[in-house]
Design a protein around this ligand. Structure first.
Ligand SMILES: *Cc1c(COP(=O)(O)O)cnc(C)c1O
Length: 384
């Protein structure tokens, strides 16, 4: 069965809900035990406490387990909490963490401001390092954290090479797979130990809720689950329902995002004042070959670098867009544009122009292209 079909079926069990296609939203804290034996644990019951699981959360975790080919999945209140849970499950005081230099900025802040207090040393590595990561592995390296393509600058990492080096040294690997989602990249199939997504983005897909997922296998999953339980990371049932609802149309939405984005990115490449289009699906992208080898599609988020223009010109463009709004988060049905904001140690992205991050929504590509063209004209970029 293809993934598009699996996405429709995964985690569903209408017979247990009187035939309703979707599971009900269980609002539950207290779960009532049928007997003292159940309280003592000698009689098995499916649910024990609302924080741990309900049929609503089970429907989503079961679907994610199937789609990510995992042994287990936990849901967290946001993508960022999924990232921090994954890291904390794998490191202890005295350990060394290898963190990709192109990581999501709040991930960096967590390493620099919290892990440091825990006595975990973070070393940032070049996203293009590939198998040479082996040279950075120390006896106390506990985890290699990846994010591919990288936030803001879209470097594609050589995940199989990094995984091979990590396995040879008995080091765990994790990925923030939010850009591709499990539909276009399957981390566990590529040997990654812990797969994280901000379900906030494409899974929920409608800019109306926050949620994170952490999937893993075997003992690695057991560690994630134990810590998740200890930290009390429960999620609201309505948000889980929105994620389940979003998940069903994920492949169809991504196909559309992908098509329109490639059209727009290809057009942007032809404009004289666009120096660079950072989208791995373009053959001109430095990471295109790796992307083509490892991914099954490209989503709607990418960046462009323009030639220099004044802040006022940029404001004339961005303040007056008809369809592109300025806002963080992404993965919803609407198009977004924001100035790039990033920190780099290993491979600084130097430009005297502007890095702009675009999310291409589900509007018609012709309308989006016209909105961008008018915006560029307002900023004084000459199209000829
Ligand atoms: C948005 C995002 C997150 C965080 O997700 P939230 O749900 O907003 O906490 C993590 N990683 C990446 C790559 C993201 O884009």
């Amino acid at each position: 069965m293809k993934d598009e079909t699996k996405t429709i079926l995964a985690g569903r069990d209408p017979e247990t809900h009187f035939g309703a296609v979707n599971p009900p939203v269980y609002h539950a804290s207290t779960i009532i035990y049928p007997s003292l034996a159940a309280i003592r644990g000698t009689q098995q019951i499916p649910y024990t406490y609302g924080r741990r699981a309900t049929p609503t959360t089970d429907a989503l975790t079961k679907a994610m387990i199937e789609l990510e080919q995992a042994d287990g999945c936990v849901l967290t209140p946001s993508g960022l909490s999924a990232v921090t849970l994954a890291i904390l499950s794998a490191v202890k005081t005295g350990d060394h963490l290898l963190m990709v230099d192109s990581a999501y900025t709040p991930t960096r802040s967590f390493c620099d401001k919290y892990l440091v207090k825990m006595g975990v040393e973070t070393e940032y590595y070049d996203p293009l390092i590939g198998g040479d990561i082996a040279k950075l592995i120390r006896p106390n390296t506990a985890l290699i954290f990846t994010e591919s393509p990288g936030s803001q600058t879209f470097e594609v990492q050589n995940i199989p090479a990094i995984v091979a080096a990590a396995k040879a040294a008995n080091v765990l690997t994790a990925i923030d797979n939010t850009w591709a989602s499990h539909h276009y990249f399957k981390p566990l199939v590529h040997g990654i130990d812990i797969s994280v997504q901000a379900a906030t983005k494409y899974i929920i897909g409608h800019a109306d809720a926050l949620l994170g997922t952490v999937c893993a296998r075997g003992e690695v999953y057991a560690n994630v689950k134990r810590l998740w339980n200890m930290l009390g990371m429960s999620v609201g049932p309505d948000d889980v329902y929105l994620a389940l609802r979003g998940l069903r149309s994920l492949p169809a939405r991504l196909a559309q995002h992908s098509k329109t984005t490639l059209d727009i990115a290809s057009w942007l490449e032809t404009l004289p004042f666009i120096r660079n289009v950072l989208y791995p699906a373009l053959p001109s992208h430095a990471g295109h070959a790796l992307w083509q080898r490892d991914f099954t599609g490209a989503t709607g988020l990418f960046a462009i670098e323009t030639t220099p223009c004044s802040e006022d010109s940029l404001a004339a463009m961005l303040d007056n867009m008809r369809l592109f709004s300025m806002g963080y988060s992404w993965g919803g049905y609407e198009s977004l544009i924001v100035p790039g904001e990033y920190t780099r140690q290993c491979r600084p992205y130097e430009t005297d122009g502007h890095l702009l991050r675009l999310h291409i929504g589900l509007e018609h590509g012709d309308d989006l292209q016209a909105d961008l063209a008018d915006g560029f004209a307002r900023a004084g970029f000459a199209t000829a």
